[in-house]
Ligand binder design. Structure first.
Ligand code: AMP
Ligand code: ZN
Length: 465
């Protein structure tokens, strides 16, 4: 399998440390609010990567954390604690907030066909591991104590800027005006490993430590949980591109300094989902959630297909118009599969199976080209082979695509045929400049709760709930 590695900035042939086994760590959500559909794009990518590796014969050991402590409103370690902010906003305790939004997150990923990682761990459950690691970092001289806190000294780690390709000057430009610089640090890029209450007095989650009562920095939790569950060598570490700096950069610095050797070989990052105004982010106030899409009548799997149709390393712009096109395509896909199921005949043709499985694998092996993998599915539907063969291939591909192609409740094929006939009639009327007839067809459908939309790719319909 070929994968783009952020560390080498090249597409590389993937090779796991242990034959046939992949140790994969994926940064989980900060549970202070609902995940937005941009976050969910990253989790869809990680799910497809895990399932692709399995499809190619690997056994994947995947771990994910739940950030319920330590993540500040800036991605460094300044500003307010995101969890505390969530609790203040909703007049709840941080524990209630963490519990509520963890459940909401699990619900979202289930609906998107994302397999829950085998190991999901709360950051607040592993304080002893972080303390042990910090003690060793202090012992080895990578960390120092200042004004009650413990910081990592980035000048002690020569490859600090390797992953991000940044340099110390970029960092100074990046300092946000509203974030007060931490005077206790030796260098601007140093980051917190342990904070005591002297820094953030109203921090609710606190633990005793050799440096005083306090709590861990955000970055140490991923290094700690990964070390505890996956050991000293990691094959793949994933996240969204915004995690490259400082989060993953800091993870590498502290893990490798602690372990005394290279830690993770492949760093894979998903590009962002943007809306028409730019990057989607929770701090912007209004943001798109999966429940919002559902309330507008979209099956979450339509959003999954929307993501699969583009490459994970390309930015993707969200619009309802584009989602409507995918919704239509998804419905047609289900209809086709449904008619195959209803007309099952013939034997399974092994040579056709091998040919298309090979094609599907080639798409996945090519740095996870999911759009080509979906095209291969369409090619199968058009292939001149038995329906039994088609069904076997659909079942096989859906192990990775997870579009619920076989289990989805039956779609109303009769209604779909009727609407498509009406659309054809309307198009014919428009072609003949008979706009009165075209409008009356549109209105007739509208009265039945079926709304037509003219897009560049043709007319699509939406059934109002
Ligand atoms: P957070 O809950 O903020 O820690 O983010 C969860 C995941 O979503 C991380 O892997 C981020 O890198 C990723 N992420 C954040 N914003 C976006 C976005 N607009 N598009 C795609 N992924 C994102
Ligand atoms: Zn992380």
């Amino acid at each position: 399998m070929k994968l783009y590695n952020t560390l080498s900035k090249k597409i590389e042939e993937f090779k796991s440390n242990e034959e046939g086994i992949v140790k994969m760590y994926t940064c989980g959500p900060t549970v202070y609010h609902y995940a937005h559909i941009g976050n969910l794009r990253t989790y869809i990518f990680e799910d497809v990567l895990e399932k692709s590796l399995e499809y190619l014969g690997y056994q994947v050991k995947r771990v994910m954390n739940i950030t319920d402590v330590g993540h500040m409103t800036s991605d460094g370690d300044a500003g307010e604690d995101k969890m505390l902010k969530g609790a203040e906003r909703e007049h709840k305790t941080v524990y209630e907030i963490a519990d509520f939004y963890t459940k909401a997150f699990m619900n979202d990923i289930d609906k998107l066909g994302i397999k829950r990682p085998k190991i999901i761990e709360k950051a607040s459950d592993h304080i002893d591991t972080y303390i042990k690691m910090i003690e060793i970092l202090l012992e080895k001289g990578y960390a120092y104590q200042a004004e009650g806190n413990v910081y990592f000294d980035v000048t002690k780690f020569p490859n600090y800027y390797e992953l991000s390709g940044k340099n110390p000057e970029d960092l100074l430009v990046g300092v946000r005006e509203d974030v007060e610089e931490d005077k206790a640090k030796r260098n601007a890029a140093d980051f917190g490993l342990w904070f005591t209450i002297s820094k953030f007095e109203n921090q609710v989650m606190q633990w005793d430590s050799p440096w005083g009562r306090g709590y861990p920095g955000w970055h140490i939790e991923c290094s700690g949980i990964s070390y505890r569950y996956l050991g000293e060598y990691l094959d793949i570490h994933c996240g969204g591109v915004d995690n490259i700096f400082p989060h993953h950069t800091n993870e590498i610095a502290q893990s490798e300094s602690f372990l005394g050797h290279k830690w993770c070989n492949y760093w894979c990052h998903a590009e962002h989902l943007n809306d028409s105004t730019g990057k989607m982010s929770k701090s912007k106030g209004e943001f798109l959630t999966l429940s919002l899409l559902e309330s507008k009548g979209y099956n979450p799997l339509v959003y999954r297909l929307f993501c699969l149709n583009s490459h994970y390393r390309s930015q993707l712009v969200f619009s309802y118009e584009a989602l409507d096109i995918t919704k239509n395509a998804y419905q047609k896909l289900l209809n086709k599969v449904c008619s195959i199921k209803e007309n099952l005949e013939g034997n399974i043709e092994e040579e056709v199976i091998t040919k298309y499985q090979e094609k599907f694998k080639i798409a996945l092996e090519n740095d996870l080209n999911t759009a080509n993998a979906v095209t291969t599915l369409y090619d199968v539907l058009k292939e001149n082979c038995t329906n039994a063969t088609k069904l076997a291939l659909i079942e096989s591909f859906d192990k990775v695509l997870s579009l619920n192609l076989l289990k989805e409740e039956e779609v109303d094929t009769e209604l779909d045929t009727y609407i498509n006939e009406m659309i054809d009639k309307r198009n014919e009327a428009k072609k003949n400049k008979n706009y009165a007839l075209a409008d009356s067809i549109r209105n007739e459908l509208l009265e039945k709760g079926i709304e037509l939309k003219d897009t560049r790719e043709g007319t699509i319909y939406q059934i109002k709930k």
